[in-house]
Design a protein around this ligand. Structure first.
Ligand code: GAR
Length: 214
């Protein structure tokens, strides 16, 4: 079976990138990470790519005259690597409709809460967990969704709940949620790779047991 070619977009530590690489290496994922694009230089995700001999490049919005030029450069790179799925893994830029349309139905994001809670513009990383703790929720979680033109508004593929403890800090909650992220993202990518995700309006139907060659 041909492997799904993944282009992973990052902005930070890249623990989700690491989990995806490890699940490719173990054979769980019928996929390979062919390019890593970071919106920032010097982040640990780039080191992870290097250690696995995966090509990586920094494409920073600062270096482009406008958003379209920035996104066009990323799209050009992703196409040059013949990427079949664009995976946002701690990527902290919201993509414009221009980019989203160019990879229609082929961009996934992971968000560290149960969407539609604590999501949208400005909710990223520990800010999400601080907002959940300030609100007093007893359960938070993880969402993997397809990316549409909005911020965290696309059809939901998988969600998993994570309990909130009385003495949680944003850091301790982030850590517990990340453990779940590292399992759920490979699961969602595997479903996509096996051609088992069908988007019907806002809903993503998971087709049972069908393989890509069916
Ligand atoms: C993860 O918790 C991811 O869900 C979150 O950033 C972290 C990146 O960690 N993404 C967002 O908040 C997107 N809105 P990582 O770099 O170790 O994978």
């Amino acid at each position: 079976m041909t492997k799904l070619r993944l282009g992973v977009l990052v902005s930070g530590g890249g623990s989700n990138l690491q989990s995806i690489i490890d699940h490719c290496d173990s054979g769980y994922l019928p996929a390979e990470v062919v390019i890593v694009i970071s919106s920032k230089g010097g982040v640990y995700a780039l080191e992870r790519a290097k250690r696995h001999n995966i090509p990586s490049v920094v494409v920073s919005p600062k270096d482009y005259p406008n958003r379209q030029a920035y996104e066009d450069e990323m799209a050009k790179i992703l196409r040059s690597y013949d990427v079949g799925l664009v995976v946002l893994a701690g990527f902290l830029k919201v993509l414009s409709p221009h980019f989203v349309n160019a990879f229609q139905g082929r961009i996934m994001n992971i968000h560290p809460s149960l969407i539609p809670a604590f999501c949208g513009e400005g909710y990223y990383g520990e800010k999400v967990h601080k907002a959940a703790l300030d609100y007093g929720v007893k359960i938070s979680g993880v969402t993997v969704h397809f990316v549409d033109e909005g911020a965290d508004t696309g059809p939901i593929i998988l969600q998993r709940a994570v309990p909130v403890m009385d003495d949680d800090t944003p850091e301790s909650l982030a850590e517990r949620v990340l453990q779940e992220e590292h399992k759920i993202y490979p699961e969602a990518i595997k479903l996509f790779a096996e051609n088992r995700l069908k988007v019907v309006g806002r809903k993503v139907k998971i087709i049972k047991g069908r393989k890509i060659d069916d």
